[in-house]
Design a binder for this molecule. Structure first.
Ligand SMILES: [Zn+2]
Length: 239
């Protein structure tokens, strides 16, 4: 494919940038994940690099409801009510604010123990999460194919959260993995065990991803990795 419709965005955040993905096809513009709350200026500047403004977005797909993924969603929807909000069945109630964020539930149950240096983060989450509720317009499930850029397949990748989804672009053999995978200084890792709701499930999801031919992977945390051995690498990480 000479024309590459998949664009990695970079939202600076200390030493670890966040990476939503923009998929462009003619007049259609699909954004995958949105960054932290109150960073719409950053996001808009990144969209502008590709000639897109927030009110041009056709749809936003949310891989899962963590705060760094839904942060700008409500602001975008307010600016652009036409824009369709898409996520999986398992994430809808969280995105719509009908149930408490999984991380907050895990903190409350003791499944997620908060270290001293995470206390401020947990407090922010408690305070901010209820303010981010946004209605979902379309629910996708495993195997659905979005009719953009010759087809983007939805892959259910539960584990990090129970409704987590990833995307696969067949034409360029590109995986967009949300937080199912992380890239740290060029090294591909599975989901951070401490921040993963169900690690066994997360590993099974990696096994599932390893079945696809993969030229490149876009991680929300860490960005782009390309290469020949990504499938084998994924298979290893799923053990
Ligand atoms: Zn994240």
């Amino acid at each position: 494919m000479t024309h590459d419709p998949i664009h990695l965005l970079t939202l600076p955040r200390g030493t670890n940038a966040l990476h939503p993905t923009l998929i462009l096809d003619g007049d259609v513009a699909l954004l995958v994940d949105t960054g932290l709350p109150n960073t719409l200026d950053q996001l808009s500047a990144e969209l502008a690099r590709f000639g897109v403004t927030p009110d041009h977005l056709t749809a936003v797909l949310i891989t899962h409801h963590d705060i760094d993924h839904i942060g700008n969603l409500k602001a975008l929807k307010t600016l652009n009510p036409q824009m369709s909000v898409i996520t999986s069945e398992g994430e809808v109630d969280f995105v719509e604010g009908k149930v408490q964020a999984q991380k907050l539930q895990d903190i409350a149950s003791g499944a997620l123990v908060i270290a001293e240096d995470q206390k401020a983060w947990a407090e922010t989450l408690t305070r901010v999460f209820p303010t981010l509720s946004t209605p979902v317009d379309d629910v996708v499930q495993d195997g659905d194919v979005l009719t953009i850029a010759d087809g983007i397949e939805v892959i259910a990748t539960p584990g990090h959260t129970l409704g987590h989804i990833s995307l696969y672009h067949h034409a360029t053999q590109t995986l967009i993995t949300g937080d199912a995978l992380n890239l740290n200084q060029g090294q591909l890792n599975g989901p951070n065990p401490r921040m993963t709701h169900d690690l066994e499930l997360a590993k099974a999801s990696l096994k599932k991803l390893a079945a696809y031919p993969i030229q490149r992977i876009l991680c929300f945390h860490g960005g782009l990795i390309e290469g020949k051995n990504l499938q084998q690498l994924l298979d290893k990480l799923s053990q």
